[in-house]
Design a protein around this ligand. Structure first.
Ligand code: UT7
Length: 329
């Protein structure tokens, strides 16, 4: 019997309707459209504004799109892995809530926290479940309501992040397509540069932590930028090298959308021209675990069976990595 690989066989996505433009941010903090565009590449981002709506309300429509496209029933889903740093609640897992809202009563699932590399970690985990032969329909969703943890008076962070969700269906493949290799890395000493100070067991929520605005993202942007440029480019180059791939073999680079300058540096290091790089940061900003699947969602129609894709990310943790996929449809 030929080896089972895990292939992406459908993609879904969802972004909330409300658009937060650079012009809107100019009215909220001391910034300007020109600075944001030239330093990050972002023009606008989407925000889930309605009270009572959470991360799962972004993930569910993304997954429902997959069910509509494939004709699968929610009951066919074996497992849901939700990559996120903005779960509906600390517990239970958002994957549980998503399964409930979908009516996926046969599914088990869990949340995976790896910040901007969350989708890569979750895709590798989901692929292993399919490759093992035990599961046939695994949903991997990257979903974030970043606006819930952004201080909209902090210009260092509020200009960057947005909300959204992207999901993929993983199914067994015997044609040699799908997730073919992945290199994932982490370095916990990087946590000092990018984290949320309170709300965990180290510093539980209190009146003091709320007053000190410690439930928002804290980021030392310049330091993270330096690690990100090197980390994402190095791991992508390593992935090509160990699979004896050259830039000519690669149809698409699917990079985490944190900063256009980081994306450009990675593409340059891989020797890829701009027309082979998926970029939608201008419209959605940095949606953390959702950036990569949202790219796949928007480019799905342009992808061809057999295309080699490199997915690459760097983010909080630090976590980073790259995945080689041979597109299956
Ligand atoms: O996705 C997870 C991982 N995260 C990342 O990959 C993010 C990596 N970091 C970045 O993308 C960039 O560091 C930022 C976009 C966050 C910041 O860009 P930068 O070029 O590193 O700016 P900076 O923080 O070094 O600030 C440069 C200048 C400073 O002014 P002075 O000190 O040179 O006078 C800042 O005060 O720009 C100023 N500045 C701003 N000006 C207008 C900082 N933020 C803003 C702003 N608007 N929003």
């Amino acid at each position: 019997m030929s080896k089972i690989t895990a292939a992406i066989t459908a993609v879904g996505g969802y972004v909330p309707e409300t658009v937060l433009t650079n012009a809107d941010l100019e009215k909220m903090v001391e910034t300007n459209d020109e600075w944001i565009r030239t330093r990050t590449g972002i023009h606008e981002r989407r925000i889930l504004r309605e009270t009572g709506k959470a991360n799962s309300d972004l993930a569910v429509p993304a997954i429902q799109e997959i069910l509509t496209k494939t004709g699968l029933s929610p009951l066919d889903i074996d497992c849901i892995i939700c990559a996120t740093v903005t779960p509906d609640m600390v517990f239970p897992a958002t994957a549980n809530v998503i399964a409930d809202k979908l009516g996926a009563t046969n599914a088990w699932g869990y949340d995976l926290s790896a910040a901007c590399s969350g989708f890569l970690y979750a895709l590798t985990s989901g692929a292993s479940l399919v490759e093992s032969g035990r599961y046939k329909n695994v949903i991997v969703v990257g979903s974030e309501k970043m606006s819930a943890i952004i201080d909209y008076s902090d210009r260092n962070t509020c200009i960057i992040f947005g909300d959204g969700a992207g999901a993929v269906l993983l199914q067994p493949n015997t044609e040699g397509n799908g997730v073919l290799d992945s290199i994932l890395k982490s370095d916990g000493s990087g946590r000092t540069y990018l984290h949320m100070k309170a709300g965990g067991s180290l510093k539980p929520a209190s009146v003091e932590t709320v007053m000190a605005k410690e439930h928002f993202i804290y980021q030392e942007g310049k330091a993270v930028f330096k690690f990100a440029v090197k980390g994402m480019a190095d791991v992508s180059a390593e992935l090509l090298e160990r699979n004896h791939l050259t830039s000519d073999d690669i149809a698409w680079l699917v990079p985490h959308q944190a900063n256009l300058r980081i994306i450009d540096a990675t593409a340059e290091r891989m020797g890829l021209s701009k027309d082979k790089v998926m970029v939608n940061i201008q419209r959605y900003g940095n949606t953390t675990a959702a950036t990569i699947p949202l790219c796949l969602w928007e480019w799905e129609k342009q992808l061809k069976k057999g295309d080699n894709l490199v997915l690459a990310a760097f983010g909080g943790g630090f976590t980073w990595g790259a995945i080689w996929i041979k597109w299956a449809y």
